[in-house]
Write a protein that binds this ligand. Structure first.
Ligand code: PHE
Length: 361
């Protein structure tokens, strides 16, 4: 019986077959169990002779089954491990890598160029309050410049202050109401005020503020969302000479040319006095305008000496501190540097367009 059982255990093809052998031998009606039961009916002498043999048989069968079971499980595990092995050396299909958008690229270039001149990068909110966007920049409620900015106004809903602000503007716009009103910033100039206030009124400021700006305007050269970079220097004894040198140095570095010629045209901004619009000279090459030389002029930025009222709104004493500021369209700069001609394409997210201008993978 022992040899038969051990052979059956050995021959069991799987866990189910092995369990059948176990039931056949050790189950309630199993042949080994039945043998064990016969011990009770034996005489003491017979039992002494048969007992150890039958118990030995049971132990041998039990441990043979356990051992066989372990080996089967191990085999199953080995098979799974072999089947599920991952070959890390196989080449993988990766999605194409992302690329820096031309606008982001230009922002990075600006930050780098101005960092070399000692400018830090400052930021402000895109949803700005009326005071920072207009009033503090010497654009009072009734100023015509407000109409020129094609402002997007933001309605506040669901807050208790909204009711108060609304009531204030409804009855003709008190000062409190105007400062509560929110707009999508129409330029990066409000960051001038934020940077001055953050500096505390007693130390020089030297920042650029790149970011998104918004005006209700859309054609081949205007998008409702566009990008500007603001520049601001506040210090003692600042003159227009500093402004011109800084702009010249910046534009030479940005366009990577030494033959950059600037032209400062008298202009008007409420927040600078005097103000100057800055043109950069270009030449025509293969029918395209190329920056450098002075066959023609292209307007690239607005600038001027920071108005006394703006210096005061920023918490500085205008009798002690002077400054210059400039504001420049980033999308425009990118178009000029990389030769793109339709501003709207910047925001279409068309990979073919990006690739065409060398920004794709
Ligand atoms: N904020 C002005 C604009 O958006 C540009 C500007 C900035 C002009 C700083 C002068 C000084 O047109």
């Amino acid at each position: 019986l022992r040899t038969d059982l051990l052979a059956a255990i050995d021959a069991a093809a799987g866990l189910d077959a092995l369990d059948a052998v176990r039931v056949h031998a050790l189950g309630k009606q199993g042949c080994v169990t039945v043998l064990l039961k016969t011990l009770g009916a034996m005489s003491p002498e017979e039992r002494q002779a048969a007992g150890p043999r039958i118990h030995g048989l049971r132990e041998a069968v039990t441990s043979a089954i356990a051992e066989r079971k372990t080996r089967m499980e191990q085999a199953v595990l080995d098979a799974r491990l072999a089947a599920e092995r991952i070959d890390l050396t196989l080449p993988v299909d990766l999605p194409p890598p992302g690329n820096v958008h031309p606008v982001a690229q230009v922002m990075d270039e600006l930050a780098e160029i101005f960092a070399d001149l000692g400018f830090a990068v400052a930021t402000g909110p895109e949803i700005e309050d009326d005071w920072h966007n207009f009033t503090a920049l010497n654009i009072p409620e009734t100023h015509p410049a407000r109409a020129m900015h094609d402002t997007f106004y933001v309605e506040r809903i669901g807050t208790s202050t909204a009711g108060a602000a609304q009531a204030a503007t409804d009855d003709g716009g008190s000062a409190a109401g105007a400062s509560e009103r929110m707009v999508l910033r129409t330029h990066t100039s409000p960051v001038q005020i934020r940077a001055m206030l953050a500096a505390g009124g007693d130390k020089p400021v030297r920042i650029i503020a790149p970011g998104r700006t918004y005006r209700s305007d859309s054609d081949a050269t205007h998008t409702p969302m566009f990008h500007q970079v603001e520049g601001l220097v506040i210090d003692r004894g600042i003159t227009m000479g500093h402004l011109k040198w800084t702009l010249e140095t910046f534009l030479k570095a940005f366009f990577e040319r030494d033959d950059i010629v600037l032209r400062l045209r008298p202009s008007y901004f409420p927040f600078t006095e005097p103000s100057a619009e800055v043109d950069v000279g270009y030449t025509i090459q293969n029918g395209k305008r190329v920056i450098g030389g002075s066959d023609g002029w292209m307007e690239v930025l607005g600038s001027g000496m920071v108005h006394r009222k703006v210096i005061a709104a920023g918490g500085y004493d205008p009798d002690v501190w002077q400054g210059f500021a400039f504001g420049c369209g980033i999308d425009r700069l990118a178009m000029l540097k990389y030769g793109m001609d339709d501003l709207r394409a910047f925001f279409d997210g068309d990979l073919r367009w990006l690739r065409h201008y060398g920004f794709g993978a």
